[in-house]
Design a binder for this molecule. Structure first.
Ligand code: ATP
Length: 206
């Protein structure tokens, strides 16, 4: 049964891309990725920590440690890879470049792109967002209670531009890496494999 589910589909695989800073990964990310897998039914999941996210200040945490922390996602799906591709490219990481790389690596792939609510509502600020809309299906997740009307409106506007937006069916789990970096005591909200990297490397201590 499993082999059948994860063999390539005719015309290529469904690849679910989960990008972010992951500084650190937290249970909100896990919640989102699980829901996105349920919604998109991918053949493969690619977790991609950014080198420098274009819309944020560069992370103070070494990229190698953010990559190591992303190992916490591995148990969520049998065909899940944690990729260092954006980190190896260096500089700002633009999703459009990553999508093109995945399309080359997995010929015929349909790329599904995880976007939390903050990413969906600012999608038109992304580099080459119209092209991204044409090349991917967005998988959207609420992050805050009450944000669904704004999300539906953002999705309608993107659909009017030819985009495809799939919503997960799960309620928000409001957590943000920023808060975890500020309140290291909340590390119970970080999956065990990532928490070990934090503790061994004394991350986020002040
Ligand atoms: P920061 O607080 O440093 O800005 P973050 O918590 O937003 O970080 P990112 O690594 O930037 O985490 O997020 C990666 C992806 O996961 C983005 O699409 C983001 O919208 C989504 N995401 C982050 N936290 C949640 C959450 N609690 N629920 C749903 N999606 C989330």
């Amino acid at each position: 049964m499993e082999a059948e589910t994860h063999s390539p589909r005719p015309g290529g695989e469904k690849v679910l891309l989960f990008g972010g800073t992951f500084d650190p990964p937290h249970n909100g990310h896990v919640h989102f990725l699980k829901s996105a897998i349920r919604a998109a039914q991918p053949d493969r999941v690619v977790v991609m920590p950014a080198c420098i996210p274009p819309h944020k200040a560069a992370s103070a945490t070494p990229a190698a440690l953010r990559l190591a922390m992303c190992e916490c996602f591995r148990p969520l799906f049998p065909a899940l890879e944690v990729s260092d591709w954006e980190i190896r490219q260096g500089g700002k990481s633009y999703t459009i470049d990553t999508v093109k790389m995945l399309e080359e690596k997995y010929p015929g792939a349909s790329v599904y792109l995880c976007v939390g609510s903050d990413m969906l509502t600012t999608f038109t600020e992304w580099r080459n967002w119209q092209e991204l809309l044409r090349r991917t299906t967005l998988v959207a997740q609420s992050r805050e209670e009450g944000d669904m009307p704004a999300l539906r409106a953002a999705a309608r506007a993107l659909e009017a531009e030819g985009g495809r937006v799939l919503f997960t069916d799960t309620p928000a789990l409001p957590l943000a890496s920023t808060d975890l970096r500020a309140h290291r005591r909340d590390l119970s909200l970080v999956p065990g494999a990532a928490r070990r990297v934090i503790e061994e490397n004394h991350l986020y201590e002040r």
